[in-house]
Design a protein around this ligand. Structure first.
Ligand code: SF4
Length: 497
């Protein structure tokens, strides 16, 4: 299977339970138990998304002086490499190939070990990350037996099988958590390298991949409370991990980073959920952060007094009068829905591929109180059914959902490209996101026109290319095929299959 396909019961995970059992039998019980606890299943087992390992690969590739090596089937590695370069990774992805013999005889582990030794040069790298994909995990390739460091270069081996990690979002957490754990242990053992950017004020560590303009706007929101932002998790440089852990409060803006949050807690840092979206969301978040950081009441009020009027004004300037459904796999779906509702939208449904965690609870409750159905671990089918049921003025969702919406003449926005690619927090978020959504909901008549114009073209047996005219059905073809099918069915019955 290549890394860009949709895993499902008939795809990568056709034998998920078998692979899980194989991994356990091969000595991976501890690793599998950890994954099952951190990334709980259900109500839908495996939301449709790309190969989960892509999340971990991307986190590794985005870090400076970090080498990432994949251990898995060539076709998986091909797909993952392709996808990473499609998304602009300008790094080499390492690969240790194997065949049945090297896998069964344990030679693969020796080959990985050798590759790690060859790569771990302190002049080039701070860290070497090795990622076990499905087959090596199921076969028990023991990455935990790799040396922990070679000439000062850290070595981190993780299992990220599609049958154990439900989404690529959570796979980011597997590597982010493993790196934080390593860095925390280093910091506990003695002095560590000075982070490249030291803040003079106590900091708040933001957890989640955010739009680049968001951390500075959050920094501006925090400044009146005497707080600054620490480097984000996932980090871009090893030393940033120390700075992130050295925070006063960790903010789980994306609520599915279970392993990363465990490390912040182990470092004694309080963790706050939700994020500063809209007026109510920002007020509640500043209150929660201020309380967790022991900030004086007057300073919290000063921060709110400075931030809230601007957000209110931005929302008032971009009112949304529309019914919108929101679906995605990024982890920010609930926050986006909150902002839309504050801008005036009706949001009857939010589906997220991520699991329900305690860090999403405040947002879930806020949305439920406003009549929004929140579906965690939402499947594409659930997102589609909600869209057909609700008939929104705009559907924000994943590629297949947007495609379906457009076929139906419903204006739609691709969540990852359009929603996640702009600010979400503070006044900038209110202006930018509410602005684009308000503009898109005005496009409904154009969609109706388009659907009417293309009615019946390129669907079912008129699909395909190369036609110069509208394709004509050969005379009698349907009747002929019907008779053939019936004859075949009768023959099968007669043989007694
Ligand atoms: S690593 Fe697993 S989930 Fe990913 S493409 Fe390969 S078989 Fe599918």
């Amino acid at each position: 299977m290549d890394g860009s396909i949709v895993p499902g019961e008939s795809g990568c995970h056709g034998g998920r339970e078998t692979l899980m059992e194989a991994a356990r039998a091969a000595g991976k019980s501890e690793s599998m138990d950890r994954l099952m606890t951190d990334y709980p299943r259900g109500p839908h087992d495996q939301p449709q998304s790309m190969c989960p390992a892509f999340g971990a690969l991307r986190v590794g590739l985005r870090m400076r002086r970090t080498a990432t090596i994949l251990s898995g089937s060539a076709c998986c590695v091909y797909g993952l490499t392709f996808t990473s370069h499609f998304y602009g990774a300008r790094r080499t992805v390492g690969y240790v190939p194997f065949n049945s013999e090297t896998l069964v005889k344990g030679q693969l582990f020796e080959d990985i070990r050798e590759a790690v030794y060859q790569t771990a040069k302190p002049a080039d790298y701070d860290t070497v990350v090795v990622i076990n994909l499905c087959v090596p995990t199921a076969s028990g390739v023991p990455l935990d037996r790799l040396p922990k460091q070679i000439d000062g270069v850290r070595v981190i081996g993780i299992d990220v099988p599609g049958f154990g990690v439900p989404t690529h979002a959570e796979a980011k957490d597997v590597l982010a958590g493993a790196m934080l754990r390593y860095a925390r242990t280093e910091a506990e053992q003695g002095p560590v390298a000075r982070p490249s950017k030291m803040q003079s004020m106590p900091t708040v560590s933001l957890i989640g991949e955010l739009f680049p303009a968001d951390p500075p706007s959050i920094g501006a929101l925090l400044a009146p409370m005497g707080l600054a932002v620490a480097p984000q998790t996932p980090c871009r440089e090893w030393r940033d991990l120390y700075a992130a852990l050295d925070c006063r409060v960790a903010a789980a803006v994306h609520p599915f980073y279970t392993a990363a949050i465990r490390e912040f807690r182990a470092a004694g840092r309080p963790v706050v959920g939700s994020g500063p979206v809209g007026v109510e969301g920002t007020a509640a978040w500043l209150d929660a952060i201020g309380a967790a950081a022991n900030v004086a009441r007057a300073d919290i009020d000063a921060a709110k007094a400075r931030a809230l009027p601007a957000i209110e004004a931005a929302l008032a300037a971009n009112p949304i009068h529309a019914r919108i459904t929101v679906s995605g796999y990024e982890g920010s779906e609930l926050l986006v829905a909150r902002l839309l509702i504050e801008a005036g939208a009706e949001v009857p449904y939010v589906g997220t591929a991520c699991p329900r965690t305690e860090w999403a609870e405040a947002d879930r409750e806020w949305l439920a109180a406003r009549g929004t159905h929140v579906q965690f671990r939402a499947s594409l089918e659930q997102d589609m059914a909600a869209m057909m049921d609700v008939r929104p003025d705009l559907a924000a969702g994943t590629t297949p959902l947007v495609q379906k919406a457009k076929e139906l003449g419903i204006p739609a926005l691709y969540f990852t490209n359009m929603v996640s690619a702009r600010p979400l927090f503070g006044a900038a978020g209110a202006a930018s996101l509410a602005g684009i959504i308000a503009a898109q909901t005005r496009g409904a008549p154009r969609f109706t026109q388009m659907v009417n114009f293309f009615e019946g073209v390129g669907v079912k047996d008129t699909a395909g290319y190369g036609w110069t005219d509208k394709p004509q059905e050969p005379a009698g073809a349907r009747e002929r095929y019907k008779r053939q099918r019936e004859a075949k069915a009768r023959a099968t019955e007669a043989v007694g299959h």
